[in-house]
Design a protein around this ligand. Structure first.
Ligand SMILES: OB(O)c1ccc2cc[nH]c2c1
Length: 245
């Protein structure tokens, strides 16, 4: 999979050289390319923005600069599996389901806006040329640009690619996994720390009871912290009939 990120602050994406995503790049599992939008500016000041039509505060990013960059970066506009991702506070919420869907794409191109955003005609243009375009928000708060969202998208998608995470099993029981629950609490050595002990069931060696305790904990935590997720659970997830373990 190829992911391109276009930004006026390419160094912001340096964190993607680290950890699992960095290893995935080195191993050739992920072809990640970061581009400086100003390389497609045409004036000596490498200008990428201008004042907004209709007035108002701030500046808007120019469509001509963005289209020169995206035309160069998008491998095959309109081809299946090619998606332009535009982080914006006004977008649809990016979730684990989104990450899972995008992990199957051939190319993601993430356009990081700044200032008051990117001229709306850029999204219109690429949609009209058959490119899948997703305007996404990473949550109900406002940042100063799309770079943090790009880091989130690249890590959330990159970690799902085959071979990136050492033990794919670890992806199964994490929060927002297939069951739609939050993760249960985890513990490790020392067994007695700060006068606090590890729940006895986890030391019992009884795998059935441990699995039951973990699911109960996940259900309780989800109900307490994210009641909105409980409404969407599969009824089978709430089934407590195998209480005899
Ligand atoms: O909060 B955000 O994810 C976000 C995304 C893009 C832009 C562009 C200007 N401000 C932004 C904020």
């Amino acid at each position: 999979m190829r992911i391109d990120v276009v930004s006026i602050f390419p160094d912001y994406l340096a964190a993607l050289d680290l950890s699992l995503v960095g290893k995935a790049r080195t191993a050739g599992l992920l072809d990640l390319r970061v581009h400086d939008l100003r390389d497609w500016a045409t004036d000596r000041h490498r200008t990428v923005d201008d004042t907004p039509f209709g007035g108002g505060a701030g500046m808007v990013m120019r469509p001509d600069v963005w289209s020169r960059a995206l035309d160069d970066v998008i491998e095959e506009p309109g081809a299946p599996g090619v998606r332009l991702v535009v982080p914006t506070p006004s977008g649809e919420v990016f979730t684990q389901r989104t990450a899972e869907a995008w992990a199957g794409e051939r190319q993601l191109v993430v356009a990081c806006g700044r200032y008051e955003g990117i001229d709306a005609r850029v999204v219109e243009h690429y949609r009209a040329t058959g490119v899948e375009v997703s305007e996404v928000s990473i949550g109900d708060y406002v940042l100063n640009g799309g770079e943090v969202a790009a880091l989130v998208v690249v890590e959330a998608v990159g970690r799902l690619l085959p071979g990136v995470v050492g033990n794919p099993e670890s992806l199964v029981e994490e929060s927002h996994g297939a069951a739609g629950l939050l993760e249960y609490p985890v513990y490790t050595k020392p067994a007695d720390w700060d006068g606090r002990e590890v729940p006895d069931v986890l030391l019992s060696g009884h795998h059935g009871r441990i699995a039951r305790w973990r699911r109960d904990q996940a259900l309780e935590r989800t109900a307490r912290r994210r009641p909105d997720l409980v409404a969407r659970l599969d009824p089978a997830t709430l089934d407590r009939s195998d209480r005899d373990v």
